[in-house]
Design a binder for this molecule. Structure first.
Ligand SMILES: *Cc1c(COP(=O)(O)O)cnc(C)c1O
Length: 424
C-alpha cells in the first residue's frame, strides 16, 4: 500500500497542529495515521486511494454508515441552506427532544449541547447543583470526555489528575472505583456517602476494551445511589441508540438512571451531546433552575435534523436487525478464530459493538485492570497494521470499541474474518 499523500499531509499537519491531529487518539497509529478522502457505505478511501472496510465509523456516531439515506441528506441540506443557525429556537430541536422523550423512558426532559464532553460536564454540574454535594464516583477505565472532573486516575483513596493542567484539588472530588466491584462502591459510600452527588458510569465500558457489567451490577448501583440520595448517571454517549435499539442500553439492562448523557449517534454524524433525565432534575438547568448551562451552537438545526432523520430512519427500517445481526456474525466468527488460533484472547461486545481483547488467560475482562494487562502493544504495533494492510480499518488501539453500521454487508464481515485469520 502506498501512503505518500497521507505522509505528506501529516508532515504539513505536524507543523501547524499539536501531534498533527485535532483529537489525541487519531495519532495513536504509528508512524502516522492515514488521511481519509471519502467514505462509502461501510468503507473509507484514504488520500492515496486505498480502500478499507471501516469498523471505526467515526468512533461511534455513524449508525447508518457513510452513505446517508436520502431523507437524512435532505434534512441536513435544507437546514444548512435556509441559514445555518439563529441564536433563537427552531422547531427541529423540539422534534428531536420529543423523539428521545418518547423512546427513552427515563428521559422526561432533555438539554442538547455540542459534544459528549459537554454533556458529561453539564451532567456532573447538574448533579452537584441538585444534590448540593461535591463528590462523583466514576469507574476506573471509564471515559467521559476531556473534562476536569473525570480525567482522574488512581483510586478513591488517592485520586489524581490523569492529565497535566488539572489541579490536584479538583481531582479530590472524584472517586474512581474498579468496574464490577460492589464492595469498592459500598466502601466509598460508607466513607463519603453524604457528599456523593452521583455515580457516573458507562453501562458498558466502551473506551477501555469492551467490558460488560456483571449481572446485577447496575441494579446494585441503582439501589445504593437511591439509598444515599445520590444520582445515578448513565453515560450512554456510545451505547445510546446503539445497544438496546431506540430504548438505549438502560432498556436492555432494565435499570432506570436519574440522568443520561448522550452524544455520537444522536447527532447523526454532526457535533452533539445531550443530558436527559427526570424532569425535576433537568429543570435545574438555567433558565428554569440555578445550574448555569448555555451554548451558542446548542440545538444546532443541522445537527438536530441529522440526528432526528437518522433516528427516524432507524425506527422505520431494519437498521437494528441489520447491524446487530452482522455484529453477531462477526462475534461468532471471531470466537471460532480465537478458539482455534489464540485461545488466550477473548471476544467482547453486544449488538453492534465488537472487539477482540488480547487477554493472556482467555478470561473476559471484568474491569480496566484486566484490559490493561492484555497484549496492548502487540495489538497496536503489529496487529493493527496487519489488518490495515489487508484493507480493514480497526480502531486505533486495543481500548477503543469497533462498530457495525447499516452500510456494512455480509461480504464485509466475511472479508474481515479472513483478515483476522491471517493477522491473529
Ligand atoms: C466519546 C465519549 C464521550 C465524549 O464525547 P465527545 O463528543 O468526544 O466529547 C463521553 N463519554 C463516552 C462514553 C464516550 O464514548
Amino acid at each position: 500500500m502506498n501512503h505518500d499523500n497521507s505522509r505528506d499531509l501529516y508532515d504539513r499537519a505536524l507543523s501547524v497542529m499539536p501531534g498533527g491531529v485535532n483529537s489525541a487518539v487519531r495519532a495513536a497509529i504509528e508512524p502516522y495515521p492515514f488521511f481519509v478522502q471519502n467514505g462509502d457505505a461501510g468503507h473509507v478511501v484514504d488520500a492515496d486511494g486505498n480502500r478499507y472496510i471501516d469498523w471505526v465509523m467515526g468512533l461511534g456516531p455513524l449508525l447508518l454508515g457513510h452513505d446517508l439515506p436520502e431523507r437524512v441528506q435532505a434534512g441536513i441540506q435544507q437546514n444548512a441552506s435556509e441559514g445555518p443557525m439563529y441564536g433563537t429556537p427552531t422547531e427541529i430541536e423540539v422534534d428531536l427532544a420529543e423523539f428521545v422523550v418518547r423512546h427513552v423512558p427515563s428521559v422526561e426532559k432533555i438539554r442538547f449541547v455540542n459534544s459528549g464532553t459537554e454533556a458529561t460536564t453539564s451532567a456532573v454540574r447538574l448533579a452537584r447543583g441538585y444534590t448540593g454535594r461535591n463528590k462523583v464516583v466514576v469507574m476506573q477505565g471509564g471515559y467521559h470526555g476531556a473534562q476536569e472532573s473525570t480525567l482522574v486516575e488512581g483510586d478513591a483513596e488517592n485520586p489524581a489528575p490523569s492529565s497535566a493542567g488539572i489541579p490536584q484539588s479538583f481531582s479530590e472530588h472524584t472517586l474512581p472505583v474498579p468496574f464490577n466491584d460492589e464492595d469498592a462502591v459500598r466502601e466509598v459510600f460508607e466513607e463519603h456517602g453524604d457528599d456523593i452527588a452521583a455515580v457516573l458510569t458507562e453501562p458498558i465500558l466502551g473506551n477501555y476494551g469492551i467490558v460488560h457489567p456483571d449481572d446485577g451490577y447496575h441494579e446494585f448501583l441503582r439501589e445504593i445511589t437511591e439509598e444515599h440520595g445520590s444520582l445515578l448517571i448513565f453515560d450512554e454517549v456510545i451505547t445510546g441508540f446503539r445497544v438496546g435499539g431506540l430504548g438505549c442500553a438502560q432498556s436492555e439492562f432494565g435499570v432506570t438512571p436519574d440522568l443520561t448523557t448522550f452524544g455520537k449517534i444522536i447527532g447523526g454524524g454532526f457535533p452533539v451531546g445531550a443530558i436527559g433525565g427526570r424532569a425535576e432534575i433537568i429543570e435545574g438547568f438555567a433558565p428554569s433552575g440555578p445550574v448555569f448551562q448555555a451554548g451558542t451552537f446548542s440545538g444546532h438545526p443541522v445537527t438536530m435534523a441529522a440526528g432526528l432523520e437518522t433516528l427516524k430512519f432507524a425506527a422505520e427500517n431494519d437498521v437494528y436487525d441489520h447491524v446487530n445481526g452482522l455484529g453477531e456474525q462477526l462475534r461468532d466468527g471471531l470466537s471460532d478464530i480465537v478458539a482455534d488460533q489464540a485461545p488466550q484472547y477473548t471476544v467482547a461486545g453486544t449488538d453492534s459493538m465488537f472487539k477482540v481483547i488480547f487477554t493472556r488467560d482467555g478470561e473476559a475482562p471484568r474491569n480496566s485492570a484486566d484490559v490493561k494487562n492484555a497484549e496492548t502493544d502487540r495489538w497496536r504495533r503489529i496487529f493493527w497494521g496487519q489488518m490495515k494492510e489487508q484493507g480493514v480499518f480497526l480502531s486505533q488501539n486495543q481500548f477503543e470499541c469497533q462498530f457495525v453500521s447499516y452500510g456494512h454487508t455480509e461480504d464485509d464481515v466475511e472479508e474481515t474474518l479472513e483478515a483476522y485469520k491471517h493477522a491473529l
